[in-house]
Ligand binder design. Structure first.
Ligand code: NAD
Length: 363
């Protein structure tokens, strides 16, 4: 890792100027990082980058990320394009010598993540997947509690990213050529990444899953975010998976955008040998001297919004030569599980996962 001197500004290029960039990454996001200067913005849709640049006084705009990457003074890029466009942008950025923060999912297949890992390993640059939930007040407190040993060895996890009628209507989410997947890749990835992180990333070895498109092609459930193009919709609206890990623990995962349920759920329950805990509520259950005990891990007060903390952590890793706050090897396990759920559904059989630590990009 190379340190970036504190007395020099950290110059940032933005790739993708849509909803998450404007609403979460740029402000407060990058504007909360001392010494960071956003100097370029790129979007395929030229008015998008021009409007962002005008609103935030960003000097350079581009429609092709290769032109942005050619700017020598850029130290790091922040990538917020649709999922399927992540890999080419990440690979080009690493090739150009830029540190990379990329929105989730880093890539939509194991093959792509392996290619990204190989490229990153050659450079020593910071590559971080933007899994902002790890940086929330609740997550940081629960992680510290789990790591203290209070939970004990986790033998099972229930992971839930399900919604009643919040289907993202933007083609970037529902057109498989842009999104590479439905709710699994969109919101399942958040709950799965957080649960695996709290569990200490056990190695997944076998996965079975089932994906359905139950409601999204019809008109029965009214979308809270408006109408979507039923002809473009080509991903699942529900998926479930069952995962075995090499240490004998298991996980059940559900992800949906549309189904009959009371309200949106984004949570995980970890069953440990000493206690169980629920993320993000922090509620835990245990026993002490044969007395049943319920309690709550309180959120760590005083933190900034999770996306902002994520960007601060990325900048800190660059400045101080620290390892990536969300390393690609962890993301590889997340994507492998999500890909295997879909593969298992197509094949109608359980999928065995290799030991990725021994694999190269070409394997
Ligand atoms: N972590 C979160 O809270 C969160 C929330 C929403 C979206 N996301 C992720 O962020 C990414 C973007 O989502 P969004 O909601 O901002 O989508 P969006 O459609 O609002 O914005 C994406 C932008 O990327 C541009 N674009 C597409 N291909 C491009 C390319 N090759 N080069 C340059 N620009 C390109 C589009 O024109 C668009 O303006 C997705 O990967 C999504 O999964 C994360």
């Amino acid at each position: 890792m190379v340190n970036h001197p504190m007395n020099q500004p950290l110059k940032i290029g933005l790739i993708g100027c849509g909803g998450v960039m404007r609403g979460f990454h740029l402000n407060p996001g990058w504007y909360a990082v001392p010494g960071a200067e956003v100097i370029a913005a790129c979007d395929l849709y030229e008015p998008g980058s021009r409007k962002l640049a005008a609103d935030f006084n960003i000097p350079h705009t581009f429609t092709d990320f290769r032109d942005l990457l050619a700017l020598k003074e850029i130290d790091a890029v922040d990538i917020c394009v649709p999922n399927k466009a992540h890999t080419p942008a990440v690979l080009a950025a690493l090739e150009a010598g830029k540190h990379v923060l990329c929105e989730k999912p880093l890539a939509v297949s194991v093959e792509e993540v392996l290619a990204i890992r190989a490229a990153a390993q050659k450079t020593g640059l910071v590559l971080m997947t933007a899994q902002h939930h790890r940086f929330s007040e609740a997550s940081v407190a629960i992680k510290a509690w789990c790591d203290s040993g209070a939970l004990g060895e986790v033998y099972h996890a229930r992971v839930n990213a399900t919604r009643r009628n919040q289907l993202p209507i933007n083609p970037g989410f529902i057109d498989p050529t842009l999104s590479g997947g439905g709710p699994c890749m969109d919101i399942g990835v958040h709950a799965l990444d957080t649960a695996l992180w709290l569990m200490g990333f056990p190695r997944p070895v076998r996965v079975s899953g089932r994906a359905h498109t139950n409601f999204a092609k019809g008109f029965d459930i009214p979308g809270a975010w408006g109408e979507w193009d039923r002809t473009l919709f080509g991903v699942e609206d529900f998926a479930s998976g069952y995962v075995h890990f090499s240490n004998g623990s298991t996980m059940v995962l559900e992800a949906s955008w549309l189904q009959h349920q009371e309200k949106e759920e984004l949570n995980a329950t970890l069953q440990g040998r000493k206690s169980s805990i629920r993320w993000p509520s922090g509620h835990f259950h245990t026993v002490t001297n044969r007395a049943l005990v319920d309690g709550m891990v309180l959120p760590q007060q005083g933190r900034r919004p999770a996306h902002t903390e994520e960007i601060i952590a990325f900048a800190d890793a660059i400045r101080n030569g620290k390892p990536s706050p969300v390393p690609v090897d962890e993301t590889l396990h997340v994507i492998a599980i999500l890909e295997a759920i879909m593969q298992s559904s197509r094949l109608n059989e359980e999928v065995t996962l290799p030991d990725f630590s021994k694999m190269t990009a070409a394997a």
